[in-house]
Write a new protein. Structure first.
Length: 388
């Protein structure tokens, strides 16, 4: 490898110069790269020397654009059999956020400063903090896929997540901690909501409140997953956005959740009234099929909040998404101080919620943890919420 200076004169008679790195890659192929500054040429020369020696170097001419790499990644996601809703979300990240901003750049241009500038651009253009995190993860997956294909040496997204000793830092996912009365309904709000609900609506909301199941898991819950003899519910499947039944969100998603006595009694009474269908669902629509998520929100969850006076400033439901009830269950399990009880330890809460890692549980709910709890105390606390 060598760095040489190239001098020339423009048509206007101006003297120009540039620094040229002339080198051969590990396959013996010659490459030339030009820089306007000597220190940039020296840095590239030093880096390339190491990469060639380790047979890792990929020249700019031998790589592809971020857009092309993203399409290869999406194809591999399809081939891996991921859920349609998951792949659709990845496509949104690629086509709405990644390609419009950095799609024309080559993979060899994607450095840590490059990714940082990209994330800053997302923020400047008004993408939410959650969307910024999700797009960053998808870009990291694009680069990992490209690495496996031999199209790029570095994964700058992963490099951003390491400290000076090379240890992986947590990305900060869910760093905004949920707060009672804002993200989590208060016990008083839950009590008035349940108190104003009747029939199917009440049983559905009770199940959400006292199990913390995701909306997709509630929509896919079968009677065969409800064990009245053991007072427990086992999450074995979920219904996705396309009304298709599939596996839980992750391996940890398959879990068994104990039922408080009030919920077990309500489900027993509901079973005789529940519409029947081939899928044996606990909360189907009137025809016994999977209920649409939007129908649950618009026809069930929102109206009962409004009727109970749990509203936002504009008169709409204060908690628009069912995830608020999942948050409530988590906080309720963690800390029952106000009712004289004790809270469950973090690992048990993680298992109840089906989080993929304890870190996720602590990131979202760590500030709520205090002590430890028993099912007897939880039954007592549940009875207080169900007493009108």
């Amino acid at each position: 490898m060598a760095i040489r200076v190239r001098n020339w004169t423009t048509a206007k008679g101006e003297a120009k110069s540039a620094y040229v790195v002339d080198y051969y890659d590990q396959a013996g192929k010659r490459h030339i790269k030009t820089f306007s500054r000597k220190k940039d040429a020296q840095a590239f020369d030093a880096k390339t020397h190491i990469e060639v020696a380790g047979r890792l170097h990929i020249a700019d001419a031998d790589t592809i654009t971020v857009s092309a790499a993203a399409e290869l990644w999406l194809t591999s996601c399809d081939a891996a059999g991921l859920e349609r809703s998951t792949v659709a979300q990845y496509r949104q990240h690629v086509h709405r956020h990644i390609v419009p901003l950095i799609g024309t750049h080559r993979l060899t241009e994607v450095s840590v400063p490059f990714v940082r500038a990209f994330l800053d651009k997302l923020r400047e253009e008004g993408r939410s903090e959650a969307m910024q995190r999700n797009v960053r993860v998808s870009l990291g997956s694009v680069l990992s896929d490209a690495q496996e294909r031999g199209l790029v040496v570095r994964n700058a997204v992963k490099e951003m997540g390491r400290d000076k000793k090379g240890r992986t830092r947590h990305s900060g996912r869910h760093r905004t901690q949920v707060q009672a009365g804002v993200d989590i309904p208060t016990p008083a709000e839950v009590k008035v909501i349940l108190g104003g609900a009747t029939g199917r609506v009440r049983v559905f909301l009770m199940t959400a409140v006292f199990t913390g199941m995701r909306a997709s898991e509630l929509r896919g819950l079968r009677w065969s997953d409800v064990d009245f003899s053991k007072s427990s519910i086992t999450v074995r499947q979920r219904a996705d956005a396309y009304q298709e039944i599939g596996s839980p969100k992750s391996k940890k998603g398959r879990r068994t959740i104990p039922m408080v006595s009030g919920l077990a009694k309500a489900l027993t009474e509901w079973q005789s009234q529940c519409p029947t269908g081939d899928q044996d669902l606990v909360f189907p629509n009137g025809a016994g099929n999977i209920e649409f998520h939007v129908n649950i929100i618009r026809r069930l969850y929102a109206p009962v909040q409004i009727a109970a006076g749990v509203t936002s400033d504009d008169g709409g439901p204060k908690y628009p998404g069912l995830h608020a009830l999942r948050h409530f269950y988590a906080s309720w399990c963690i800390n029952r101080k106000e009712d004289g009880g004790l809270g469950l330890p973090p690992k048990v809460v993680q298992e109840r919620l089906g989080h993929s890692s304890i870190q996720m549980t602590l990131d979202v709910y760590g500030h709520l943890f205090d002590k430890g709890d028993t099912m007897t105390e939880m039954d007592s606390a549940a009875d207080m919420l169900l007493t009108v």
